[in-house]
Design a protein around this ligand. Structure first.
Ligand code: ADP
Ligand code: TRP
Length: 331
């Protein structure tokens, strides 16, 4: 039997090239070796997204992105968290085994408190209980489906370690075979994908390039990549250029070598380099973009895929919960 790889994706905005190369692509590649459980963590997003229409849009965009990039909903599980009520029941049960100190140490909460202290406001200003208990809900996500590995970015490692710890405590109390002890699978992207300004591409820096942009919007976006003021004729250094850093992530080694030579030779302007980048992005993502917009034009298809996925997932969730209710003595 294949091991289970599980991860949650928060619907907090439009996915960007950093998310694609750093998280989505590697997670999809795992489907060759693992049984995958990939879900939309909408109730985690509710800690910050408080407008219904925005939440709904984000869910559709994130689901369409994964489907367009090759997630096969027939293999493994693909659902949205809020459709699985058993997760929220397990969240409560696990919270009764979670030391409060774990939540005090969780980094998102700690960062928020540190910011409040720095600005002289109350420690808990703007901290809702969802943010505070966030890691516990993650434990329920992970342990419900007996995940063996959890592919996540470095920032989520602590949360997966909490899940391990809680699973060990629970099993010690009720029996070793009840919960599977998960392992974080840290996606060591060899590179941090740079954004328009050369800093790490991130929604919080407002420097992102969406994965799917229509050609004219992509052209406009690439126009914003920050370059120096060297003229066309001057020889240029590819290694320090934000355009080139993105280009090499999508181009073949020959294309990369070729463009580097043209940089060094001089006679090529930033506009040309941006057009080359647009070409490789188009070649890499153009077909997926068509699928993405097709899904978004038919959101009922997305809703159907997620509803079918939830029905499949709930069969497993019920099995887990039946066992848990029985051992804790409420059933
Ligand atoms: P953002 O910083 O835009 O809010 P998220 O924190 O939602 O992005 O990112 C989700 C996942 O995407 C991260 O765990 C990480 O693995 C990956 N990721 C995000 N930005 C980058 C980047 N610039 N380079 C590589 N990976 C990234
Ligand atoms: N907290 C994760 C993030 O911010 C999303 C998430 C929710 C998750 N539940 C999960 C990731 C379970 C892995 C496993 O990106």
């Amino acid at each position: 039997m294949k091991k289970v790889s599980l991860t949650g994706i928060k619907p907090t905005g439009t996915p960007h090239l950093g998310n694609y190369l750093g998280a989505i692509k590697p997670a999809l590649e795992l489907s060759a070796a693992y049984e995958t459980v990939y879900f939309i963590a909408d109730y985690h997003a509710l800690t910050t997204v408080h407008q219904g229409s925005v939440m709904r849009d984000n869910i559709h965009k994130v689901a369409a992105t994964w489907l367009a990039l090759g997630l096969n909903p027939e293999e493994g599980l693909f659902y949205k968290q809020s459709d699985i009520p058993e997760i929220f029941e397990l969240n409560w049960a696990l919270s009764c085994f979670t030391p409060k100190g774990f939540m005090n140490r969780a980094h998102a909460y700690k960062d928020k408190v540190a910011k409040n202290q720095a600005s002289g406001t109350d420690d808990d200003s703007d901290v809702n209980m969802g943010l505070y208990c966030y890691p516990c809900l993650m434990d329920a996500d992970i342990l419900m489906f007996h995940a063996d590995v959890v592919p996540v970015g470095k920032d989520q490692k602590q949360h997966v370690e909490f899940a391990r710890d809680i699973a060990v405590r629970f099993n010690k109390q009720y029996g070793e075979d009840i919960l599977t002890i998960p392992e974080p699978l840290i996606q060591e992207t060899t590179h941090i994908i740079p954004g328009l300004d050369g800093r790490k591409m991130s929604k919080s820096y407002d420097n992102i390039i969406d994965i799917f942009l229509e050609p004219k919007d992509l052209k406009k976006k690439l126009g914003k990549i920050v370059t120096n003021s060297q003229g066309i004729e001057e020889p240029k250094d590819p290694e320090t250029c934000n355009i080139f850093k993105l280009y090499r992530l999508f181009a073949t080694p020959e294309q990369t070598e070729n463009l580097a030579a043209r940089y060094r030779a001089g006679g090529m302007g930033w506009g040309h380099a941006k057009a080359e980048l647009q070409d490789v992005l188009e070649a890499h993502l153009g077909k997926a973009r068509d699928r993405y917009f097709d899904y978004l034009a038919h959101t009922e298809r997305i809703d159907k895929i997620l509803a079918d996925g939830a029905a499949k997932a709930r069969v497993k969730a019920k099995e887990t919960m039946d066992k848990i209710r029985s051992v804790i003595g409420v059933a």
